[in-house]
Design a binder for this molecule. Structure first.
Ligand SMILES: [Zn+2]
Length: 312
């Protein structure tokens, strides 16, 4: 199962205790996935289409529990070539039921699409965000990249939603993709916050585990890179030192060096792989790593002088 489906299934199983929250969540699903048709005999057809079975069950249950509306759930078989299945939840409402549900769906061209009645309390805002994700949300698996998005087709709704996100300190951005508007979050911390707010605690745990693993792997990689860089530097220095000593040897200048430079020069040639610390231990008397480094610098300086002089 994809991580997005994992999150959706978890969120779909949450049935809020409070009526205000149940209404807020239904409102979110209706304004993004719902339609309303006027039928003969003063009846109205309410239609909600979602892509997830658990979400369909949730809409059915919320309608029944909150408004005593008996809906029907059907699998949409018309679009057989589409990869994703769609579920239709439909209900015939009489005039009275329609009045009760009137606050839910507003014409989509109206200003303030999100009815403030349903998002005035913090508990309801959380439920609303959960409904929005169930209806239009997508999240990448944390193993790949950090990405959460809400796909909408109404710019007024998009900007209202960004404002609602910001009430939870979630800084979502909007981007146009083909005919649609996408609200997205890329920061892993913010995605964690969103999952927490929406109530997806199991998915959150999974996300956090992967995030910790990834950050540990990055730290190890950084350390390995750092060690490799140090090793490369050591080898580079050894090669340079050996070249200088060999030039001295060719020019028969090794004998002109004083202790301990002559001994360090001999050891450098004999043990090309040895570190400065190891060279220091072989000297009589032994020298510390920094001691060898000091003399090595002197040796290099002296060698350049001699060689430079010899060439004149
Ligand atoms: Zn509430």
């Amino acid at each position: 199962m994809s991580f997005a489906a994992e999150v959706r299934n978890e969120l779909a199983r949450i049935i809020p205790d409070k009526e205000c929250c149940r209404k807020a969540e239904l409102h979110a699903i209706f304004i993004t996935s719902g339609q309303e048709f006027t039928m003969p005999n003063e009846e109205y057809l309410l239609l909600v289409k979602v892509e997830n079975a658990a979400t369909a069950r949730k809409v059915f249950q919320l309608l029944k529990q909150t408004y005593h509306v008996q809906a029907t759930v059907e699998i949409d078989n018309k679009k057989r070539f589409k990869k994703t299945r769609r579920y239709s939840i439909s209900a015939l409402l009489d005039a009275e039921q329609k009045k009760e549900l009137a606050d839910f769906k507003m014409p989509l061209n109206a200003k303030n699409i999100i009815n403030r009645t349903w998002v005035s309390k913090n508990c309801c805002r959380k439920a609303f965000l959960r409904g929005i994700f169930l209806s239009r949300g997508f999240i990448s698996k944390p193993e790949s990249n950090y990405h959460l998005e809400i796909v909408l087709n109404n710019d007024e709704l998009a900007s209202e939603l960004v404002k609602l996100f910001s009430k939870f300190n979630l800084h979502a951005r909007i981007v146009q993709r083909k005919q649609q508007l996408v609200i997205y979050i890329k920061e892993s911390e913010q995605i964690v916050d969103f999952l927490r707010i929406a109530g997806a605690s199991k998915a959150l745990l999974h996300f956090e585990n992967i995030r910790i693993l990834k950050s540990m792997r990055n730290t190890v990689n950084r350390q390995v890179n750092c060690e490799t860089a140090n090793l490369a530097k050591t080898i580079e220095a050894a090669v340079r030192q050996i070249e200088l000593v060999e030039k001295l040897s060719v020019n028969e200048e090794l004998g002109s060096l004083t202790a301990p430079l002559n001994e360090i020069a001999q050891l450098r040639i004999s043990y090309p792989d040895a570190t400065l610390k190891e060279l220091g231990e072989m000297l009589t008397p032994p020298l510390s790593k920094s001691g060898v480094a000091y003399h090595m610098r002197r040796l290099e300086k002296r060698a350049r002088e001699i060689i430079g002089h010899g060439r004149k």
